[in-house]
Design a protein around this ligand. Structure first.
Ligand code: SIN
Length: 349
């Protein structure tokens, strides 16, 4: 009623008066299946990811305008398997720039699901704001019948516009679920229900058009971290070496030859290293390369394992899967090469 009188007094139409009161959400687009185009509406594989421009995606979901004033900006147009460190830096810097603007209430990033978990964790550690930053994607291309992108985008905008979503770290909104950027990982090649934080569960769910928050992440995030990428032009090279039966030292030697400043070892079980790989990893530490032990199991904590790992200077990757451990190690190496300090960071973040 108040708004009606105000609009009349100002000579505005109702829709203008309401639009002015809406939060402002910036949508940064990077491509992915949410912007994918297939040759037919039944094709859900073999499509071109990242083909549709952001304004077309926004126009396809007019309902977003009921919740926020949205603006679209195309950062890149890629399939996220082609994500690079440069794109991560560009995205984080653009988020920080936008979030400093008092007129911006939140950010949505459209992204391929393949590497969304890496971008989400990177931003979770480098965005310096309490305002919501939400990653969203789709498992079915935009041309598919029952495409999941439009509802995911609507949910993401509603989440970014929600003041209650502030100060929860960077989040992923997919399939009516709200996941922590720190914890969520892609677990299925095809299903729309692909993101899971395994035993840690979801931060919340989106139901009946409302965000229902259920838990918070304990680990420091966004403005609470020590990572400042504002002046970082290049991230240190960190490679992942994946163990398997008969693994040897070839991959570690290749990483070293490529100039790796860090190696994340995706070990078996509790971060175990094949006896044929271990001497090369120990040698890498002696040469100044930081070695972090993660696990290929996909969940669980890598605890201190064999005494000789400790002696060699290998660092436990704690709860992070190899691709997330790689992100943290890259950021850690922008600050220090001191193994004790990096060890603390893996306990902290
Ligand atoms: C991609 O990650 O860009 C392709 C796959 C997807 O978005 O689901």
């Amino acid at each position: 009623m108040k708004k009606t009188l105000l609009a009349a007094a100002l000579g505005l139409t109702m829709s203008c008066a309401y639009a002015a009161a809406l939060p402002n959400v910036a949508i940064l687009a990077t491509g992915g299946t949410i912007a994918g185009v297939a040759s037919s509406n039944t094709a859900t594989t073999g499509y071109t990811a990242g083909a549709v421009a952001i304004q077309t995606l926004i126009d396809a979901v007019p309902a977003v305008k009921e919740y926020a004033n949205v603006s679209g900006e195309q950062i890149v147009k890629i399939s996220s398997n082609n994500l690079t460190d440069d794109i991560l830096l560009k995205l984080a810097k653009r988020c920080n720039e936008l979030l400093k603007d008092p007129k911006i209430n939140g950010i949505v990033i459209t992204h391929g699901t393949d590497t969304m978990e890496e971008t989400a964790y990177f931003l979770n550690l480098t965005v310096k704001s309490k305002k919501p930053v939400i990653l969203v994607g789709a498992m079915r291309p935009s041309t598919a019948i029952s495409a999941d992108g439009p509802m995911n985008l609507l949910n993401a905008v509603r989440l970014a516009a929600d003041p209650n979503a502030a100060d929860r770290g960077v989040m992923i909104a997919m399939n009516d679920q709200i996941s922590a950027g720190r914890d969520a990982t892609k677990t299925n090649t095809n299903h729309v229900h692909t993101f899971s934080s395994h035993g840690l569960g979801y931060l919340g769910v989106i139901a009946g058009g409302k965000n229902h928050f259920l838990r918070k992440v304990e680990k420091p995030h966004t403005y609470q971290t020590e990572f400042d990428i504002s002046k970082v032009e290049k991230l240190p090279r960190v490679d992942i070496v994946y163990t398997h039966a008969s693994a040897d030292d070839a991959m570690v030697k290749a990483a070293m030859a490529a100039g790796a400043k860090g190696i994340v070892h995706a070990g078996s079980g509790n971060g175990s290293v094949h006896g044929q790989t271990e001497p090369a990893l120990a040698e890498a530490v002696k040469k100044g390369t930081t070695v972090v032990l993660s696990s290929r199991t996909g969940s669980g904590v890598v605890n201190p394992n064999m005494a000789q790992y400790h002696k060699a200077g290998f660092i436990e990757g704690q709860h992070l899967n190899p691709q997330k451990a790689r992100i943290l190690l890259q950021l850690a190496l922008t600050k220090t090469a001191d193994q004790e300090k990096i060890k603390e960071m893996f306990l902290k973040y």
